[in-house]
Write a protein that binds this ligand. Structure first.
Ligand code: GAL
Length: 334
């Protein structure tokens, strides 16, 4: 009888702990560049080569879903949401697509970027669409009426009739949306999206440099553009240039970090500006690719040091951000 009572009490305690501990959403107090990044379920975030948009107070992070054991005929784009940029909750794979243009086995869907079109109230996703040899060089478009619903494939094309492989997304302070894309014969294009975002309206600039992972930010009256060299999954020294207008002229390109670090093992995918009540933090978002184990690829997010035409990516260290004030600080002082 005594033993039975102890057993029941132990069971109740275990049950209570299970409900209070396991049932709770996990929270991360900080961003730890290069380490596993657990989402609110405790799984490593799968949003590689990604992009972020902010809708009201919520950020949505879209990226390449590269978890293990997925259907190898399909390509997946994941969606996560967050209100602090640190804790991300998995909303599902908003794209689960089977080869939409008959490009053959090992077809490519990379670097998804989502824009919200206020007029059509549609979420418009651009992505790099290609065959296994990267010879098709097009963008694909999929749309949805919700940020985290199922995106429907619409079409593919070469932007302004140019080859397009890596793409990047830039939304200016006035809300104008741009696509940046890498064109092997010519260089790095910055192009304005058409009114409905379903095509490109015009080219703003062609920078005659070969840059992948293109990313742009508008900060204190200057545009800063970052890109990487063309070394596939291997990291290289990413570089930046500045201009007073997107149309240029653009300055010469300079290293964003000591070149021997190869951008601390990462490749740019986006620059995110967080404007808070007290301060503005500009975040470099990069991927640390692990080509032999892509599901284990990591992220390198660090606040950039920038101003007066200079930009520096500091050595990665754990840091945290207060989204309301816009202020960030390192977790440790050294
Ligand atoms: C990188 C590019 C990636 C992927 C990879 C394939 O240069 O940034 O998105 O296309 O090459 O080798």
């Amino acid at each position: 009888m005594k033993g039975k009572t102890i057993f029941i009490v132990a069971l109740c305690i275990f049950g209570f702990l299970a409900v209070t501990c396991f049932g709770q959403k996990k929270t991360n107090p900080y961003i730890n560049p290069g380490q596993l990044w657990p989402d609110t379920q405790g799984n490593h975030v799968q949003a590689h080569g990604g992009g972020i948009i902010k809708i009201k107070d919520t950020y949505y992070w879209y990226g390449e879903e590269r978890a293990q054991n997925l259907d190898t005929n399909k390509r997946y784009v994941s969606c996560y949401s967050s209100t602090d940029l640190i804790n991300w909750s998995f909303k599902g794979d908003v794209v689960q697509m089977t080869d939409p243009e008959n490009l053959g086995p090992k077809w490519i869907l990379e670097r998804p970027k989502v824009y919200y079109n206020k007029k059509s109230r549609q979420y418009v996703m651009y992505f790099h669409l290609d065959d296994k040899k990267y010879k098709v060089a097009k963008v694909g478009i999929a749309v949805c009426d919700k940020p985290d619903g199922e995106f429907k494939y619409l079409k593919s094309f070469r932007p302004l009739d140019h080859e397009s492989r890596d793409i990047g997304q830039f939304i200016d302070d006035d809300g104008t949306a741009y696509l940046v894309f890498e064109d092997r014969p010519l260089g790095f294009h910055i192009a304005k999206l058409a009114d409905d975002y379903l095509s490109l309206e015009k080219e703003m600039c062609l920078i005659p440099e070969h840059m992948e992972g293109g990313a742009i930010v508008h900060y204190q009256g200057l545009y800063y553009a970052i890109g990487s060299a063309l070394t596939g999954w291997r990291a290289n020294p990413n570089k930046y240039a500045t201009a007073k207008s997107l149309a240029g002229p653009w300055s010469a390109f300079k290293d964003i970090a000591p070149p021997e670090t190869n951008t601390y093992g990462s490749q740019s995918t986006m620059i995110l500006k967080v404007v808070g009540e007290k301060s503005t933090t500009v975040i470099f978002m990069g991927d640390i690719w692990r080509p032999a184990a892509q599901w284990d690829s990591r992220y390198l997010w660090m606040p950039l040091e920038l101003g007066n035409g200079n930009l520096k990516l500091p050595a990665p260290k754990p840091w945290t951000l207060d989204i309301k004030s816009g202020q960030w600080h390192y977790l440790y002082n050294n």
